[in-house]
Design a protein around this ligand. Structure first.
Ligand code: FES
Ligand code: FES
Length: 209
C-alpha cells in the first residue's frame, strides 16, 4: 500500500516530530521567558455575619473565594463559578448577589451575610426552618444559595420590586407561585426540589413559619 507520509518519512519519525511540536506549544509562558505579572494586592474590609475582617487579597479574588478560601466559610457553595447556578448566592447589604461574579475588593466596607450568619442549628432562620419542614432539599448542595436567595426574593417583594411576571409595574406584586418561580429562577437545583422550595418560601411569606 502507498505510504501517506511519503517515501522519506517513516511512521516513527512522523510521530516523533509531531509530538515534539505539540510539546513546544505546551511550555508555559514563564518558561519561555515571559515573567508572570506580580499579583496586585490590596486590603479589603468585609463585615461578614457581623464580624469585620481585614483581608490582604489579590485584587482578582472573587467574593466567593474570599469567603470560602480566606475566611473558611464553606457554607456558600461553588457550583458553576460562572453566574449560572446560584449556589454561591449571599446577601450583600441585604441584597442577593452571585458571589462568584463579583470581586471581593468591590465590597470594601460592605455587610455580607452567608448561610452561616442567617441562623444557627439551634436557632434556625424562619427560611431555614421552612426548608427543613417542607423537604426543600435532597443532596443540599444548592440549599445555602437557595435560602439566601429566597430571603432576598421576599425582601424584593416587600419593597415592591416588580419581576418579569408581575401584572403591573405600578402596584406592589403579590406573593404568588409564579412570582416566586421567576424570582428563584437563577437558583438551579439538580435534585429537582423546586415544588417543595416554593412551598417553604410561600409559608415564610405568609408568616406561618
Ligand atoms: Fe456562582 Fe454558580 S457558583 S452562580
Ligand atoms: Fe441537591 Fe438542590 S438539593 S442540588
Amino acid at each position: 500500500m502507498k505510504s501517506l507520509t511519503g517515501p522519506d518519512v517513516t511512521r516513527r519519525t512522523f510521530l516523533v516530530s509531531s509530538s515534539t511540536a505539540v510539546a513546544a506549544t505546551m511550555v508555559p509562558g514563564a518558561a519561555r521567558g515571559a515573567p508572570a505579572a506580580a499579583p496586585s494586592m490590596t486590603t479589603t474590609a468585609l463585615e461578614v455575619n457581623g464580624t469585620t475582617h481585614r483581608l490582604e487579597l489579590d485584587t482578582r479574588v472573587t467574593l466567593l473565594d474570599a469567603l470560602r478560601e480566606h475566611l473558611h466559610l464553606t457554607g456558600t457553595k461553588k457550583g458553576c463559578d460562572h453566574g449560572q447556578c446560584g449556589a454561591c448566592t449571599v446577601l450583600v447589604n441585604g441584597r442577593r448577589v452571585n458571589s462568584c461574579l463579583t470581586l471581593a475588593v468591590m465590597h470594601d466596607g460592605d455587610r455580607v451575610t452567608t448561610i452561616e450568619g442567617l441562623g444557627t442549628p439551634s436557632t434556625l432562620h424562619p427560611m431555614q426552618a421552612a426548608f427543613v419542614k417542607h423537604d426543600g432539599f435532597q443532596c443540599g448542595y444548592c440549599t445555602p444559595g437557595q435560602i439566601c436567595s429566597a430571603v432576598g426574593a421576599l425582601d424584593e417583594l416587600k419593597r415592591g420590586v416588580p419581576s418579569h411576571v408581575s401584572a403591573s409595574l405600578a402596584t406592589v406584586p403579590l406573593v404568588t407561585a409564579d412570582e416566586l418561580r421567576e424570582r428563584m429562577s437563577g437558583n438551579i437545583c439538580r435534585c429537582g426540589a423546586y415544588s417543595n422550595i416554593i412551598e417553604a418560601i410561600t409559608e415564610v411569606a405568609e408568616g406561618k413559619a
